[in-house]
Design a protein around this ligand. Structure first.
Ligand SMILES: C[S@@+](CC[C@H](N)C(=O)[O-])C[C@H]1O[C@@H](n2cnc3c(N)ncnc32)[C@H](O)[C@@H]1O
Length: 254
């Protein structure tokens, strides 16, 4: 039986872990609300912050994970479409890319600029048939999940045999100096700049939460072990500049 693996302990500063059946209701509703409230500011702040981002980095990471023209793609946690946009360019056809996200605000922003298909839903309960996709991506949302085991079982289920997986995430730097520098920037500079630029307290809170979840997140070895436990093969991790992590894996061919 699968062991439940939360990406990080509950963060009581942001939500009460008020006990749904899986103990994650407080987090789920907090995350959905904060992304709905900040969807209009997201792209502007993400561009300014330029960490874990930039269309160049996303595109290179997708190519490294094996995305090529003609593949059918599921982009989980599509947000405003920053990963999906690169997938449209690489696959060559917007109709090949399906996005999913629990935030209607984020999906609405994405569909303003991208002619892809999108559905409302969460990674833990994908409302999709088995074995449909050649490639599955999830950008900067691992920390927002309630359970890695449940989610990775879903990813495995919807991929075709031989299908590829690419998870992008910001991970906590391993050296103290680098961690202090990144924390200073992400926990203090970005939220303050966000507040000044947008005048929205919710957007400031989102970017504070962003660092706090990075700091509390399980090590990447826990993520790769959970991928292997879900049945994925060729599981690997690559890290750029000590913070930009890519977890890549494949569903075994039949
Ligand atoms: C930081 S944004 C990243 C968006 C986009 N992938 C990118 O690279 O910019 C995180 C997204 O994850 C979504 N999200 C949060 N919890 C989720 C879940 N349980 N399943 C799927 N997506 C989730 C949020 O609604 C938000 O749109």
């Amino acid at each position: 039986m699968d062991r439940s693996i939360a990406p990080h302990p509950a963060l009581s500063r942001y939500y009460d872990d008020d006990g749904g059946a899986d103990g994650a209701d407080g987090k789920r509703s907090f995350v959905r609300r904060i992304f709905n409230q900040t969807a209009g500011d997201y792209d502007r702040i993400e561009r300014f912050m330029a960490l874990g981002s930039g269309s160049w980095y996303r595109r290179q990471a997708l190519r490294r994970a094996g995305l090529v023209a003609g593949m059918r793609v599921l982009d989980v946690a599509m947000g405003t479409g920053l990963v999906a946009r690169e997938e449209v360019d690489i696959t060559g056809d917007p109709q090949l890319v399906l996005g999913i996200d629990p935030s209607i605000g984020m999906i609405t922003q994405a569909l303003r600029v991208l002619p892809v298909r999108a559905v409302l839903g969460a990674a833990e309960e994908l409302p999709l048939a088995d074995g449909q996709f050649d490639f599955l991506s999830m950008g900067y949302a691992l920390r927002h999940l309630s359970d890695l085991s449940v989610t990775f079982a879903q990813f495995y289920r919807v991929l075709k045999p031989g299908g590829r997986l690419c998870i992008l995430e910001i991970t906590r730097p391993r050296t103290r100096l680098r961690r202090a520098a990144v924390k200073g920037y992400l926990r203090w500079v970005v939220p303050l700049a966000t507040r000044l630029a947008t005048r929205h307290a919710h957007s400031q809170l989102l970017w504070q939460y962003y660092w706090d979840t990075i700091e509390a997140c399980v090590p990447v070895e826990t993520v790769t072990a959970a991928l292997s436990a879900a049945g994925f093969v060729d599981v690997s991790h690559r890290c750029e500049l000590g913070i930009f992590s890519e977890c890549i894996a494949r569903k075994a061919p039949r």
